[in-house]
Design a protein around this ligand. Structure first.
Ligand SMILES: Cc1ncc(COP(=O)(O)O)c(C=O)c1O
Length: 388
């Protein structure tokens, strides 16, 4: 065999379906509801602080775990919202997005051959990242449609090799917000089997009425085994800035930091200042207004999908909708997504991207974190599906 080859872990095809649909949408001048690009406005204070930071010379490496100002601001946020006092020197890290947080934590805490429990519908990066380090994702389906957790199915999936449960609340793509009862049941299992929990809470501020965001680390006995991953991509609409966070016990942060340093060195310095200013200065109403704005966008999108005959599942949080693709032509969800793009100019993501092989073939995912003008146009186009 030639030595000029890709690694055993590198996939044969690296084009993600989400990227493919975004490219196709650009080609046909369509509206991209595929990628969670989140092109809503960046808060002024965040933008201004990042620009000022560049002018003031904050353009060099920071500590691998970020500037103290931002670590302190994250600790302050946890104090206010979770009534948990964190040591910003040892229990809070600034990372290269939630993605860098997950990658570094997985490298630091797991070994090849370990098993990790993930819930389906899945966020693909979680499974892909674990596979890239020879950790086996063990995928547990949520109850189809309600996306409720069946704790017996989780229990049955645990083996002696299991070391981790990954949760994402609110979730991408289902918009599931884990209830306290569900989190308590998972916590009990994690404690019984001595497991880590990685809790991806990047959509923590996008929760709709009737639901409550609860951080796993706030549950009794969970703080030492929970690695909480979050970030500013979604909250401040700065997906390109690459600023995220890890909150974890001081026992784990040095190892997570070691790998964060090796892979990313640090999060971008001026953008750390921008995010710190946002956390320090934006009032609580910023976050509640954002959730309310997205609730309106959710309602608009749900109505348009219903009118188009693409029956939607109503998400409880985050900013995606999974909708039924029955009226569309094609046998796979990838074909159905292309049919919808051709007929309406609206790009969505094939449901198969979020399930194991054979699953999600009659679902499409729509991202509604769009500027109002674009969202209104997308909704008008979706409604034309019936006439096309
Ligand atoms: C569940 C989830 N986690 C993490 C991310 C990425 O976050 P970041 O931009 O902070 O890396 C996304 C983005 O779509 C996501 O949906």
């Amino acid at each position: 065999m030639s030595k000029l080859r890709t690694s055993a872990l590198a996939p044969g095809s690296v084009q993600s379906e989400i990227r493919a649909m975004s490219l196709l949408a650009d080609e046909v001048g369509g509206i991209n509801m595929a990628q969670g690009i989140c092109d809503t406005e960046v808060p002024l204070v965040v933008r201004e602080a990042a620009k000022a930071a560049i002018d003031e010379g904050h353009n060099i490496y920071t500590r691998q775990d970020g500037i103290l100002r931002l670590r302190k601001a994250i600790a302050g946020d946890w104090q206010r919202r979770n009534a948990i006092t964190l040591d910003p020197e040892r229990e809070v890290m600034v990372t290269s997005g939630a993605t860098g947080a997950f990658y570094s934590a997985a490298l630091a805490l797991l070994d090849a051959g370990d098993e990790a429990i993930l819930f389906e519908p899945l966020y693909g990066y979680h499974a892909g990242t674990l596979r890239s380090m020879s950790v086996t994702p063990v995928i547990v389906p949520l109850v189809y449609g309600s996306w409720a957790l069946d704790i017996d199915v989780v229990r049955a999936a645990i083996t002696p090799k299991t070391r981790l449960i990954v949760i994402n609340t609110p979730s991408n793509p289902a918009g599931k917000v884990f209830t306290r009862t569900e989190l308590e049941a998972l916590a009990e299992l994690a404690i019984e089997h001595d497991l880590f929990v990685f809790s991806d809470e990047i959509y923590e501020h996008f929760v709709y009425p009737g639901h409550e965001h609860i951080s796993m680390a706030t549950l009794p006995g969970m703080r030492a085994r929970t690695i909480t991953l979050s970030g500013f991509s979604k909250t401040f609409s700065v997906t390109g800035w690459r600023v995220g966070s890890v909150v974890a016990d001081a026992k784990w942060t040095p190892s997570i930091g070691y790998f964060h340093d090796l892979t990313y060195v640090c999060a971008p310095a001026p953008f750390q200042h921008g995010c710190a200013a946002g956390l320090e200065q934006l009032p609580p109403s910023f976050y509640t207004d954002m959730a309310r704005d997205h609730e309106v966008k959710r309602a608009k999108t749900l109505a348009a999908l219903t009118d188009a005959g693409l029956t939607p599942h109503t998400p409880d949080g985050a900013y995606y909708i999974l909708a039924d693709a029955t009226p569309l032509n094609g046998t796979t969800s990838a074909e159905k997504a292309r049919d919808l793009l051709r007929r309406t100019g609206v790009a969505s993501v094939a449901g198969s991207a979020f399930f194991r092989k054979g699953g999600g073939e009659n679902l499409l995912r729509f991202c509604f974190a769009k500027r109002d003008g674009d969202l209104d146009e997308a909704c008008a186009r979706l409604r034309r599906l019936k006439d096309s």
